[in-house]
Design a protein around this ligand. Structure first.
Ligand code: GRF
Length: 219
C-alpha cells in the first residue's frame, strides 16, 4: 500500500476519483494528506468530507518559490508520504520537492503529451484540429508536462465539440486512468529507463484508435 499525498489548486474531481477508488477497494493506497496552494480550493472540502487531513501552503506567505517549495516538501515529509500525485495543481513543482521525492511525483494532464503541454490545452487541441486527444499520467521532472509517460487514454475530438464538451470527455478518462496509474505504482510495477516507463504485466489491447473510423470513410 502506497502512502499518498495529493496536491490540488481547484475543484478536485481527480482527487475525488482517487478517494472513491480507495474507498471502493480498487486502489491500494493510504491518502495521508491533501495539500493546496489555494485556501479556497473546493478540493479541500472534498478531503474534509472524507476525514482526510488537509494542508494549505500559500505562495504569498513566502519570499520566493524556493522557500515555498521547501515548506511543501517539509510538510509532506512530516506525514511520511511516499508518492505525490498532482491533481489540478496549478504551479510548477520546484527542485526542493523533486529532490525530496525523486521519481515519486506524478501528474495528470488533459492532452496526449507531448502534444499540448501547459495551460488551456483543450482549446489548443480544438484549434489545431486534431482528431484524437486524451489525457496522460506522467512522472514529473523539472520541465513543464515533460516527464516519462506512465499511461495515456485517447478520446475522439468531434466536429461539434466545444472546449467544455471536449474537456468533459477527457476528464471522464482522467478519472479512470489516474487511480489506475497510482495502483500500478503501488504494486511496484513501474520501471523507468530514460524516458520510457515499462509496466510489468501490461497487455496491449491491440485495438486501433481511429477517428473518424475508416468504415465510415469507406462507406
Ligand atoms: C484536470 O483536467 C487535470 O488534468 C488538469 O487540471 C484539471 C483539474 O481538474 N491538470 P480537477 O481539479 O481534478 O477537477
Amino acid at each position: 500500500m502506497v502512502k499518498l499525498a495529493v496536491l490540488v489548486s481547484g475543484g478536485g474531481t481527480n482527487l475525488q476519483s482517487i478517494i472513491d477508488s480507495i474507498e471502493a477497494g480498487a486502489l491500494d493506497a493510504k491518502l495521508l494528506v491533501v495539500l493546496s496552494d489555494n485556501p479556497g480550493a473546493y478540493a479541500l472540502e472534498r478531503a474534509k468530507k472524507h476525514s482526510i487531513p488537509t494542508e494549505v501552503v500559500s505562495k504569498d506567505d513566502f519570499p520566493g518559490t524556493d522557500a515555498f517549495n521547501a515548506e511543501i516538501a517539509r510538510r509532506l515529509n512530516s506525514y511520511g508520504v511516499e508518492l505525490l500525485a498532482l491533481a489540478g495543481y496549478m504551479r510548477i513543482i520546484g527542485p526542493a520537492v523533486l529532490e525530496a521525492f525523486p521519481m515519486r511525483v506524478i501528474n495528470i494532464h488533459p492532452s496526449l503529451l507531448p502534444s499540448f503541454p501547459g495551460l488551456d490545452v483543450q482549446r489548443k487541441a480544438l484549434e489545431h484540429g486534431v482528431k484524437l486527444s486524451g489525457c496522460t499520467v506522467h512522472f514529473v521532472d523539472a520541465g513543464v508536462d515533460s516527464g516519462p509517460v506512465i499511461i495515456q487514454a485517447a478520446v475522439p475530438v468531434l466536429d461539434d465539440d466545444t472546449v467544455e464538451s471536449l474537456a468533459r470527455r477527457i476528464l471522464a478518462e482522467e478519472h479512470r486512468i489516474y487511480p489506475k496509474a497510482i495502483q500500478l505504482f503501488s504494486e511496484g510495477r513501474l520501471t523507468v529507463k530514460g524516458r520510457r516507463v515499462s509496466v510489468r504485466g501490461a497487455v496491449a489491447s491491440g485495438t486501433k484508435l481511429e477517428n473518424p473510423e475508416s468504415s465510415i470513410i469507406e462507406g
